[in-house]
Design a protein around this ligand. Structure first.
Ligand code: GLU
Length: 280
């Protein structure tokens, strides 16, 4: 018997939802429902500086308004820190992590010549430094990517059915435990997708680069590998990303403008944008 399809929507409660988020949630929801599967809701609230509890209630309200229903209880990452700590400990015991004391400014200055993607690639300043005497200083934990990738060997994942070769080295020594949070997005998402039995990760193309890292972590931690379906991002008429676009309407604004949630969801499914309603 084929495994039951499990997808998830995993928003970070850092603000109101936009049609771009709705689009991602609808795709993940419909993917599961079309296969008689389960659709889960996970709140990625480990970023203590940006996550706000009040945004959890509003995003739940927004998803319900769109007519999306999820299965089971909502999972909060902030209540699962022990799981991430366990995974971190395993990686540390494998000799793959090192503490990093650099400030953002130091990293930005040292990486100026090599910016790849949204985050500068860490230049490796603290790698190989004897940190034993400095452990009372504020630090994060980074993965020694070259060592980890060599240990894991060649890796690939399935995306829209095709094979993608993982290239985790391009990301550099990413942070797995932050100075201000006991886990990073990369670690938490990898641990949770496995723990929740997610078979199909349906998420935006903006996270494609992160999948190279997640695939490596799966290999190191012996976790199952879901199929991925990175979808195109919703763009406004000006070609800019709707989620980021200045003045792009929130779902709350559309609701207040008298839009109907399920009708809006169907509009997005049909490839039409709900911009006009927001202008009125
Ligand atoms: N929490 C992430 C975000 O809001 C998404 C995580 C994921 O889908 O893997 O961008």
């Amino acid at each position: 018997m084929a495994a039951v399809t499990v997808t998830r929507f995993a928003p970070s409660p850092t603000g109101r939802l936009h049609p771009g988020h709705a689009w991602s949630a609808i795709l993940a929801h419909d993917f599961a429902r079309a296969r008689g599967g389960r659709f889960l809701l996970r709140i990625e609230d480990i970023d203590g500086t940006r996550s706000r509890p009040e945004h959890v209630a509003t995003l739940v309200e927004d998803l319900r308004w769109l007519g999306l229903e999820w299965d089971g209880e909502i999972v909060f990452q902030s209540r699962r820190l022990h799981l991430y700590a366990g995974a971190l400990e395993r990686l540390r015991a494998m000799g793959l992590l090192y503490p990093c004391f650099c400030t953002r400014a130091e990293i930005a200055a040292a990486s100026l010549s090599a910016p790849h993607g949204p985050e500068p690639v860490y230049p490796g300043t603290c790698r190989g430094v004897d940190a034993a005497a400095r452990m009372d200083e504020l630090h994060c934990w980074r993965i020694d990517m070259a060592k980890a990738a060599a240990l894991a060997g060649p890796l690939a994942w399935r995306d829209h059915g095709g094979a993608i070769a993982a290239d985790p080295l391009a990301a550099g020594d990413v942070v797995l435990a932050r100075k201000d949070a006991p886990a990073s997005y990369h670690l938490a998402v990898t641990v949770d997708d496995a723990a929740q039995g997610v078979t199909d990760v349906v998420r935006g193309r903006d996270l494609f680069a992160a999948t190279h890292i997640h695939r490596l972590l799966q290999a190191l931690l012996g976790l199952p590998v879901p199929d991925y379906h990175h979808h195109d991002l919703l763009l406004g008429p000006d070609g800019e990303r709707l989620a980021k676009r200045h003045g792009s309407p929130t779902l709350a604004a559309l609701r207040e403008a008298g839009e109907d949630g399920p009708a809006l969801a169907d509009m997005l499914r049909a490839g039409r944008l709900p911009i006009a309603g927001a202008r009125g």
